[in-house]
Design a binder for this molecule. Structure first.
Ligand SMILES: Cc1cc2nc3c(=O)[nH]c(=O)nc-3n(C[C@H](O)[C@H](O)[C@H](O)COP(=O)(O)OP(=O)(O)OC[C@H]3O[C@@H](n4cnc5c(N)ncnc54)[C@H](O)[C@@H]3O)c2cc1C
Ligand code: SF4
Length: 378
C-alpha cells in the first residue's frame, strides 16, 4: 500500500459520469475543454463563496482566489506548468472557518494536499467542494523559459500570455500560413472551433503580434507528450487511478468521435465530468441545466483516459534531455535534437481524415437514415 493510499483520501462510491459542454458558446471558446469548470463554479456560487484556481501572469502560474464569479476567466484555460500554491491552503482554512463556501480547483495532488492539510488541522470541510483536472503531469518550466529567451532575442519582449489550447486559429482563409516557421500568424481572434488541435498562442508584452503554433508542429507537445520533461513525481503519481480524491474530476472528452460523436459539438470543445462523491453528484445534477450533454458509461470513458488508469511511462532519455535543457543549449537546438517532426501519415490522419471529417460522415449518415439527434439530454 502506498503512503497516499493509507491516508484514505479516495472516493470509492459509484460515480456519476457526464459528457458534454457549456451551453454558452463564448464560454466554451474561452475554456480548455467544454467549459465544465465554469458550469460547476457558476452553480456552486450563490452567495458567500470563494473560488480557488490556477492563474497565470506571463510564464508564472500560481494559485489564487476570487470572491466574485465575474472574475472566473482568471482561472479558465489549462496552464501546463506547476502552479505555486503560496498561502492558498491556509487561506482556504481561514475562509472555511469564517463560514464561507469554498470551491478549490487544481491538480489531483494539489487537492489531496489540501484535504490532508485540512484534516490534520481539524477543519470542518462540509462547505468545501473540490474540483480536480484529469492530470497527465506537469512539464519542467525550464523549457518554456528557453522559448521565452528565444522570443526575446527575436522580438525584444517577454511573454505576456500563453494560451496552450487556443481554439481561434485559422489554417485557411484570413489566417496567414508561414511555411518557413511553420506557424500561423494572425492579428485577430477568430471564433473558430479547433479544440482537438490544441494550437498554442503566444502574446508578447506590448506587441500586437500573436504567434500561433500548430499542434502537430509544436515542439512543446512533441517533447512533453513523449514524457521527456515531466516532473519526477508525475512518473509515479498515486492519483493516476479510477478512484478519485476530488468531489469532481474534469477532463477533455477524448475518444468523443468513437463513442459519443453527438457530443463533439463542431470541435468547439467537449468535457468529461466525473462526480465522485455525494457532494459532487448533487452539484453536477444542479449544473446540468447549464450543460448540453448526457451521462456516459464510465468504462467507455476510461478507455480514452490513461491518467485515470496509470501514471505516465518513464522515458529512458529523460535524464539526457534534462541535461541538455539545463545546459546552455538554445531553444532551437533542443528542438532540433529532441522534437519529433510529424510524419505524412499523422498529418493525413489529422488534417485530411481527422475527427472532424469522421464526425461529418457520422452526421451525414444520421441525416440520410433519419436517425435524428441522438443526444439523450434530459
Ligand atoms: C497540467 C494539466 C494536465 C492535464 N492533463 C489532462 C489529460 O491528460 N487529459 C485530460 O482529459 N485532461 C487533462 N487536463 C484537463 C483539461 O486540460 C482541462 O483543464 C479540463 O478539462 C477543464 O477544462 P474546462 O473546459 O472545464 O475549463 P477551464 O476553465 O479551461 O479549466 C480551468 C481549470 O483548470 C485549473 N487549472 C488550470 N491550469 C492549472 C494548473 N497549472 N494547475 C492546477 N490547476 C490548473 C483551473 O484552476 C480551473 O479549475 C489537464 C489539465 C492540466 C492543468
Ligand atoms: S501527474 Fe500526479 S503528481 Fe503530477 S501534477 Fe498531476 S496529479 Fe500531481
Amino acid at each position: 500500500m502506498s503512503e497516499v493510499e493509507g491516508l484514505n483520501l479516495f472516493h470509492t462510491e459509484k460515480k456519476y459520469v457526464f459528457g458534454g459542454y457549456h451551453r454558452d458558446p463564448l464560454l466554451r471558446y474561452e475554456s480548455t475543454s467544454g467549459g465544465a469548470f465554469t458550469a460547476i463554479a457558476e452553480t456552486f456560487c450563490d452567495e458567500n463563496y470563494i473560488i480557488f484556481g490556477a492563474e497565470a501572469k506571463g510564464l508564472t502560474v500560481f494559485h489564487s482566489f476570487i470572491s466574485n464569479k465575474g472574475e472566473l476567466q482568471r482561472f479558465r484555460k489549462s496552464k501546463y506548468s506547476q502552479s505555486r500554491m503560496g498561502s492558498c491552503y491556509r487561506d482556504c482554512k481561514t475562509f472555511l472557518e469564517a463560514g464561507k463556501k469554498v470551491l478549490f480547483s487544481g491538480t489531483p495532488c494539489q487537492v489531496a494536499g489540501l484535504r490532508q492539510f485540512l484534516r490534520l488541522s481539524h477543519t470542518d470541510t462540509a462547505a468545501l467542494l473540490t474540483v480536480e483536472v484529469v492530470c497527465e503531469g506537469v512539464p519542467s518550466p525550464l523549457y518554456m523559459e528557453k522559448y521565452q529567451d528565444a522570443l526575446f532575442q527575436k522580438y525584444h519582449q517577454k511573454i505576456e500570455q500563453l494560451d496552450y489550447r487556443y481554439t481561434g486559429a485559422r489554417f485557411f482563409g484570413r489566417g496567414k500560413w508561414d511555411f518557413e516557421a511553420l506557424k500561423v500568424i494572425t492579428s485577430k481572434i477568430h471564433h473558430e472551433g479547433k479544440w482537438d488541435f490544441q494550437s498554442m498562442r503566444t502574446k508578447l508584452i506590448s506587441q500586437p503580434k500573436q504567434i500561433i503554433l500548430d499542434r502537430w508542429f509544436n515542439p512543446f507537445w512533441s517533447i512533453w507528450l513523449n514524457h521527456l520533461m515531466s516532473r519526477p513525481s508525475c512518473y509515479e503519481c498515486p492519483f493516476a487511478r479510477q478512484e478519485r480524491t476530488a468531489d469532481i474530476t474534469l477532463g477533455d472528452l477524448w475518444g468523443v468521435h468513437l463513442y459519443c460523436p453527438e457530443l463533439y459539438g463542431n470541435n468547439f470543445g467537449s468535457s468529461l465530468i466525473l462526480a465522485n462523491s455525494p457532494k459532487g453528484i448533487s452539484l453536477l445534477k444542479k449544473a446540468r441545466s447549464r450543460l448540453y450533454g448526457h451521462p456516459l458509461d464510465f468504462t467507455e470513458a476510461l478507455r480514452y483516459q490513461s491518467p485515470l488508469r496509470k501514471p505516465i511511462d518513464r522515458n529512458p532519455d529523460r535524464a539526457h534531455f534534462m541535461q541538455d535543457l539545463r545546459s546552455g543549449m538554445s531553444y532551437a537546438a533542443i528542438n532540433r535534437k529532441w522534437a519529433k517532426k510529424p510524419g505524412f501519415r499523422l498529418l493525413w490522419q489529422k488534417y485530411i481524415w481527422g475527427n472532424q471529417q469522421k464526425i461529418n460522415v457520422w452526421y451525414l449518415k444520421n441525416r440520410l437514415f433519419r436517425k435524428g439527434d441522438r443526444v439523450k439530454n434530459a
